[in-house]
Design a protein around this ligand. Structure first.
Ligand SMILES: O=C(CCC(O)(O)[C@H](Cc1ccccc1)NC(=O)c1ccccc1)N[C@@H](Cc1ccccc1)C(=O)O
Ligand SMILES: [Zn+2]
Length: 590
């Protein structure tokens, strides 16, 4: 083993320069493919992926020749991360190439899928099917869109996914991980991570159960009681979203006090001729008000902020890109002029701000402290932007009153976004971790998926499902192989960050009315955490900003406390659902 520290430093300097080049090349090829899905661009992207995987293998091999015990903590941390190469650890080149092909094939199937509601009427998810879920209250039209999308994705993906699991597990086992799920969970450092998220979910269930009861009651008045199974589940296609993961499209139907001005700013955005650019300049302006880093020139010149109209296929699911050269950072989003997309723009820009803040770190530290941190940055800003006061200050709301009813209505609108999401954010990787560990066999994929959807989310399939269906494949992150527990973590810690930043900004008052706009104290505190990237354990970074070194649902519970009191009163004992799915076979439903 090499014991010479200056030799180790030289190795790191070379690694950083070369790895940045390799990352830049792969990001460019990946961007070209994502913004113009063709066989040729897929082929080029896969070539660059193989080159990047081989570079990682070689760097890991060379790094393993150094004696870690003679290094300081920061240098050792870098060497450990250089050796942690994930599925690139597959030494059989044929299998490595095959894994890349399967992953890009799954992403292509998902991104080019169309749901045929009638023989000549086949619609893509963005914007068509999404608009149906946001605007339609037609039970049968929603069924057609819900079933059509799943028919167009699941069956084509199921076998590919099975192969993907086998190849990925084999690869990470070379690094000593039990399976891909264990590898993903290892990014949170703490060994008790799985137990911690289960405990957080159990702590938050009452909030969700009471919101679910309220939604079910309101939906029964819209669609009629006979459309709802006696088990207490809500049919999954009635919650204003393809996956029932957020219910904000139903804010006008769900607000407790209907006489008040609508909190849905989408009509006002359309009325004011908002464009995608204006949406992103609004978000950029907020970060600048905090004294944080503005979007650099290449961001505005090279991003794809709208779905192309020249008929080419693109990956429409939003994402934020780091080209590892300190200046080129882009967002790809098929922006629609809606409140949801205004929030998504802040979410994506939060990723870019994190990139900008940690760009001078060694390459292996140019990551979130943990994946949940990266997902939380933009959402923390959006918590301030969405307050009625801030919406009024940017001219998207006109009358804002401070009475209790408006307050409860506002909390309801935020709950439809944040509380509704919790079981969904939790269950996706509960399902995936058991698939990777082998507990869930391919023939059980769909059955175990619906067991979790019924038990944790309290939603049921509106039409019968079979083993040839693969409903997890209808959600981007499964075919795109993107972990999901990061969003559950983010939805908890973003309220911890929000509370800490509100305190630093000198704000006094209820957390749900706090707006840190223009607070450079808050901006400085946030920037200092983001600059660290993954150079320190996330628990240290959490401690520095919030004063405690763990995930804590209390700030989230405090934020929604007035709403929970209202819902407990309204629901009495009328809340909850059977843990098992209702029986859908026509004969038994009677
Ligand atoms: O998927 C997203 C937003 C896309 C993204 O920004 O998280 C994106 C997902 C992605 C896309 C392609 C490859 C990998 C991940 N993530 C990033 O762009 C990203 C991820 C890590 C670091 C930097 C950027 N949100 C989730 C959950 C969510 C989050 C917040 C509000 C609503 C909903 C969803 O829509 O289900
Ligand atoms: Zn994200």
């Amino acid at each position: 083993l090499i014991n010479n520290v200056s030799a180790a430093e030289a190795f790191l300097a070379t690694y950083n320069a070369e790895a940045s080049q390799v990352s830049n090349r792969y990001a460019e090829a990946s961007w070209t493919y994502n913004t113009n899905i063709t066989e040729y661009n897929q082929e080029i992207m896969l070539k660059e992926r193989l080159a990047a995987d081989k570079f990682s293998q070689e760097a890991a091999w060379n790094a393993s020749g150094y004696n870690l015990t003679v290094m300081d903590a920061t240098m050792r941390r870098q060497f450990v991360k250089i050796m942690d190469i994930g599925t690139a650890a597959q030494t059989n080149e044929t299998k490595l190439i095959h894994l890349g092909q399967i992953e890009s094939e799954m992403e292509t199937i998902y991104s080019t899928a169309k749901a045929c509601l009638a023989p000549e009427k086949c619609l893509p998810l963005d914007p068509d099917l999404t608009r149906i879920f946001t605007t339609s209250r037609d039970y049968d039209q929603l069924i057609a869109a819900w079933k059509g999308w799943r028919d167009a994705t699941g069956p084509k993906l199921k076998n590919l996914y099975t192969e993907f699991v086998t190849l990925s597990n084999e690869a990470v086992r070379n690094l000593g991980h039990a399976d891909l799920g264990a590898y993903w969970r290892s990014r949170y450092d703490t060994p008790e991570f799985e137990a911690d998220v289960q405990a957080l979910f159990d702590q938050l269930r009452p909030l969700y159960e009471h919101l679910h009861a309220h939604a079910r009651r309101r939906l029964k008045t819209i669609y009629g009681k006979d459309k709802f199974p006696s088990s207490g589940h809500i049919p999954a296609h009635l919650l204003g979203n393809m996956w029932a993961q957020q219910w904000s499209s139903l804010v006008d139907e769900f607000v407790p006090y209907k006489g008040k001005p609508s909190l849905d700013v989408t009509p006002e955005m359309v009325h004011q001729n908002y464009t995608a650019e204006k949406i992103f300049h609004t978000a950029d302006n907020f970060f600048q008000s905090l004294g944080m880093i503005p979007m650099p020139e290449p961001f505005w010149n090279k991003s794809m902020l709208k779905k192309p109209t020249d008929g080419r296929d693109v990956v429409c699911h939003a994402s934020a890109w780091d080209f590892s050269n300190g200046i080129d950072f882009r967002i790809k989003q098929c922006t629609d002029i809606t409140q949801q997309h205004l929030e998504t723009a802040h979410h994506e820009m939060g990723h870019i701000e994190y990139y900008l803040q940690y760009k001078d770190q060694p390459l292996v530290f140019q990551k979130g402290a943990n994946p949940g941190f990266h997902e939380a940055v933009g959402d923390v800003i959006a918590l301030s932007v969405q307050t009625p006061e801030h919406m009024k200050s940017i001219g998207l709301l006109h009358s804002v009153s401070n009475d209790t009813e408006t307050d409860i209505n506002f909390l309801m609108s935020m709950a439809l976004q944040k509380i509704a999401f919790l079981p969904f954010g939790f269950l996706i990787d509960q399902w995936r971790w058991r698939v990777f560990s082998g507990d869930t066999k391919p023939e059980q994929y769909n059955e175990h998926w619906w067991n979790l959807r019924c038990r944790y989310q309290g939603v049921s399939a509106p039409v019968e499902r079979s083993a040839s269906d693969f409903d997890p494949g209808a959600k981007f992150h499964i075919p795109a192989n993107t972990p999901y527990i990061r969003y559950f973590v983010s939805f908890v810690i973003q309220f911890q960050f929000h509370k800490a930043l509100c305190d630093k900004s000198g704000y006094i008052g209820p957390l749900h009315r706090c707006d840190i706009y223009n607070s450079t104290e808050a901006g400085t505190a946030l920037s200092e955490m983001l600059k660290l990237g993954s150079s320190k354990p996330w628990t240290d970074e959490m401690q520095n900003l919030t004063g405690q070194a763990k995930m804590d649902a209390q700030p989230l519970m405090d934020y929604f406390k007035p709403l929970l009191e209202y819902l407990r009163k309204e629901n009495g004992n009328d809340y909850g659902w059977d843990p098992i799915c209702p029986d859908l076979t026509p004969t038994s439903s009677g």
